[in-house]
Design a protein around this ligand. Structure first.
Ligand code: ACO
Length: 426
C-alpha cells in the first residue's frame, strides 16, 4: 500500500501520497494539492522540491555518493571512457563493443561543423566570453541542421551531432580567438585526444599527444557528465518542456552553467587564488571575509546545495591533480595554495558548522591549467562534459508521458488593484 502524508488546514485534512525512490528517498506528491485545497507550496531556490522522477543519476549528499545509471562514478572514472559514459547516460546501459564502435563512427561522422559557422566567430566582439559564444553557436546549429522527425532519429543523429560538434565548436572558438588556423577533427583520434589536438595543434608546432593528459581530460569529463537536477539541467528540462528543439534547450543549459555560483565557479576559483596572491594578504584574511555576512565574498569552490560532505568528484580530482602534476613535473603554486586553503577552512568552526567542503570546481581549474586550457575556457570544458547529462535528462523528459510544460506558480505580494494615474497627476 502506498504511504501517505496528511495536511490539515482550516479543519480539513488532505491525504498526499508519498513516493519512494530506489534508494529509499521519499517525497510527498503534491500534484493534486492546488486542485483539492486551493493551496500551493513556496520553496525558494527549490531546495525541497523534486521536479521529476528520474532513472539517470543518484546522489546522496550526506554520504557523498554519485552514481550514473547505478554505477559509482569512482568506477567509471577508473575504467570507462567519456564516450562510453556518454552512451551509458543517454541510452541507459553500457554499450556492447559493437554498439560502442557504431557510436564512435557516428561521432566521427558528425565531427565537422558547417564552414559558414566560422563567419559567426569572426563577428563576436573581441573579449567576448567563450560561454556566451558557445551558447549562441549551439543555438545556431539548429539553423544548419534541422530537427528530425522521430525520437529514434533524433537520438542517433542530433544527439551524436551535438556531442561531437560541441567539442569542435569549443576548440574552434579558442583558435579563432587567437587568430590562428582552425584545426579539423581527425578520424584516428579518440574523443578526448581529438579535442586536445584541435585546441593545441599548429602548422608550426605539431601537438604531441600526451596520454596522461588525455586520461586526465577523460576523467574530468566523466566526473562532470551528469549531476541530476542542478541549475543548468533544470534549465534544459524547463526550456525543453515548451517542446523547443534540443539545440535551443542545450543552449539554455550552457547559459545557466556560466554563472559563478554554478559551473563558472571553476574559473572563479583560479581567479580568487590569483587575486589572493596579488593582494599580498594572508589566506586567513580571505577565510575571515568569507565568514563575514556583511561581506559578499565567498570562498569559491566551497559549499554545495546537495553535498553536505566532501564532493566525491573533488576527491578524485584532487588525487588526479597530484598525479598529473607530478608526472609532468609541473609545480603549480595554485595547487599548494588550494590545499592550504582547504586545510584552514576544514579546521574552521564556520565551515564545519555550515558543512562547507570543497566541491568539484575547487581543484578542477588546477588540472585544466596543467592540460593547458586558458582560464576563460574552464566553464566551456565543464559544458562539454555535462552535455551527455543534459541530453539524457532532456530525452527522459520527452519520453515521460507525465512531463508537462514547466510553469511554477507564485504568491503575489505587489500592490493591490489601483487606478492608472495620468502622467501629469503623478
Ligand atoms: N563561502 C562562505 N560561506 C558560504 C559558502 C562559501 N563558499 N557557501 C555557503 N556559505 C554559507 C552561506 O553564507 C550561508 O550562511 P548563513 O546560513 O550563515 O547565512 C550558508 O552557508 C548556506 O549557504 P546558501 O547560499 O544558502 O546555500 P546554497 O545551498 O544555496 O549554496 C552554493 C550553494 C551556491 C554552491 C554556495 O555554497 C556557494 O555560493 N558556493 C561558492 C560557489 C561555488 O563554488 N559554486 C559551485 C557549486 S558546484 C556546481 O554548481 C558545479
Amino acid at each position: 500500500m502506498t504511504e501517505a502524508a496528511t495536511l490539515t488546514y482550516q479543519g480539513k485534512t488532505y491525504e498526499l501520497p508519498v513516493i519512494e525512490g530506489t534508494e529509499g528517498e521519499k517525497g510527498i506528491d503534491i500534484s493534486r494539492l492546488r486542485q483539492t485545497s486551493g493551496l500551493i507550496t513556496l520553496d525558494s531556490g527549490y531546495a525541497n522540491t523534486g521536479s521529476c522522477t528520474s532513472a539517470i543519476t543518484f546522489m546522496d549528499g550526506e554520504k557523498g555518493i554519485l552514481r550514473y545509471r547505478g554505477i559509482p562514478v569512482e568506477q567509471l572514472a577508473r575504467h570507462s571512457s567519456f564516450r562510453e559514459t556518454a552512451y551509458l547516460l543517454v541510452r541507459g546501459s553500457l554499450p556492447t563493443r559493437k554498439e560502442l564502435n557504431r557510436f564512435s563512427v557516428l561521432l566521427n561522422d558528425a565531427s565537422l561543423v558547417h564552414e559558414d559557422m566560422k563567419v559567426f566567430y569572426q563577428n563576436f566582439p573581441k573579449g567576448s566570453h567563450p560561454m556566451g559564444i558557445l551558447s549562441s553557436m549551439v543555438n545556431a546549429l539548429r539553423s544548419f541542421y534541422p530537427e528530425l522527425q522521430t525520437m529514434e532519429e533524433e537520438i542517433d543523429i542530433t544527439v551524436t551531432r551535438l556531442l561531437s560538434k560541441v567539442r569542435t565548436l569549443a576548440a574552434m572558438s579558442y583558435k579563432m580567438s587567437r587568430g590562428h588556423t582552425v584545426v579539423y577533427p581527425r578520424p584516428d583520434l579518440s574523443y578526448c585526444a581529438n579535442f586536445l589536438n584541435m585546441m593545441f595543434d599548429s602548422p608550426v608546432k605539431p601537438y604531441e599527444i600526451d596520454e596522461d593528459l588525455v586520461e586526465a581530460l577523460n576523467v574530468f569529463w566523466i566526473l562532470h557528465a551528469d549531476h541530476e537536477q542542478n541549475c543548468s539541467t533544470s534549465a534544459v528540462r524547463m526550456v525543453g518542456s515548451g517542446r523547443v528543439n534540443l539545440y535551443a534547450a542545450i543552449s539554455a543549459g550552457i547559459a545557466a552553467l556560466w554563472g559563478p555560483l554554478h559551473g563558472g565557479a571553476n574559473q572563479a576559483v583560479v581567479e580568487m587564488l590569483q587575486d589572493i596572491t596579488a593582494s599580498g594578504k594572508s589566506m586567513q584574511h580571505y577565510i575571515e571575509r568569507a565568514k563575514d555576512r556583511q561581506d559578499p565574498f565567498r570562498l569559491m569552490g566551497f559549499g554545495h546545495r546537495v553535498y553536505k560532505t566532501y564532493d566525491p568528484r573533488a576527491k578524485i580530482i584532487k588525487v588526479m591533480c597530484d598525479r598529473v602534476l607530478d608526472k609532468l613535473k609541473i609545480s603549480d603554486p595554485l595547487l599548494d595554495m588550494a590545499k592550504e586553503m582547504e586545510e584552514i577552512a576544514l579546521r574552521d568552526d564556520y565551515f564545519i558548522e555550515h558543512n562547507l567542503y570543497p566541491n568539484v570546481d575547487f581543484y578542477s581549474g588546477i588540472i585544466l591549467r596543467a592540460i593547458g586550457i586558458p582560464t576563460n575556457m574552464f566553464t566551456v570544458m565543464f559544458a562539454i562534459g555535462r552535455l551527455p547529462g543534459w541530453i539524457a535528462q532532456w530525452k527522459e523528459s520527452m519520453d515521460d508521458p507525465q512531463w508537462k510544460l514547466c510553469r511554477p506558480r507564485q504568491i503575489y505580494v505587489g500592490p493591490a488593484e489601483r487606478d492608472y494615474t495620468p502622467v501629469d497627476q503623478r
